[in-house]
Design a protein around this ligand. Structure first.
Ligand SMILES: Cc1cc2nc3c(=O)[nH]c(=O)nc-3n(C[C@H](O)[C@H](O)[C@H](O)COP(=O)(O)O)c2cc1C
Length: 161
């Protein structure tokens, strides 16, 4: 699968099979993801692998589609508002890299903002000042939703003199 195919065929997966995810493979996708651009080599991403007891406490309505693995990706605090924004941008790039690396291996992922509330942050033991950028269920897809068409990009481009 080339990069363009990976980008255009990845889907946000909502329901997963019970088949486990090989841990070394998971680590290899996360390692690859860390080649994301990041200002001053800040590498602002931190990953929580959310275990079963924590998942029970989270009480998510679909238990993340019964995914065998659930990750939470944090962005480390910045010393300034700009640095914080840049950290979240770098972590977003990290996340997309991860989603694509998993997809290339036939593994589905979702992305959820479920982790942002104060109550969920507490359950996830998120240190003060860190942003919860996303929670990511990972597993073999039980079903793959249809492609959601995108606006032709020409409508989003302006050319300056
Ligand atoms: C920052 C962010 C937060 C998201 N949060 C949720 C969410 O809470 N629940 C959900 O079902 N999808 C969530 N999504 C996934 C989008 O709904 C999904 O990417 C979009 O519908 C396009 O579908 P596709 O990724 O399959 O192309 C989120 C995506 C992003 C980038």
């Amino acid at each position: 699968m080339n990069v363009l195919d990976a980008i255009s065929t990845r889907r946000n997966i909502k329901q997963f099979k019970a088949d486990p995810i090989d841990h070394d493979s998971l680590l290899s996708w996360l390692q690859a993801a860390s080649h994301a651009p990041n200002h001053r080599m800040s590498e602002p991403w931190e990953v929580l692998v959310v275990g079963p007891q924590t998942r029970m406490k989270l009480n998510h309505k679909t238990n993340f589609g019964d995914a065998p693995v659930v990750l939470t990706v944090l962005s480390s605090p910045g010393k300034t508002p700009l640095e914080r924004d840049e950290n979240v941008m770098a972590v977003s790039s990290f996340i997309e890299n991860f989603l694509l690396a998993a997809h290339e291996a036939g593994v589905g992922t979702g992305i959820s903002s479920f982790g942002v509330s104060a109550q969920i942050r507490e359950i996830l033991e998120v240190p003060e000042g860190y942003d919860v950028v996303a929670m990511i269920p990972v597993g073999y897809p039980a079903s793959v939703p249809a492609v959601k068409p995108r606006t032709p990009i020409a409508a989003k481009i302006r050319y300056l003199s």
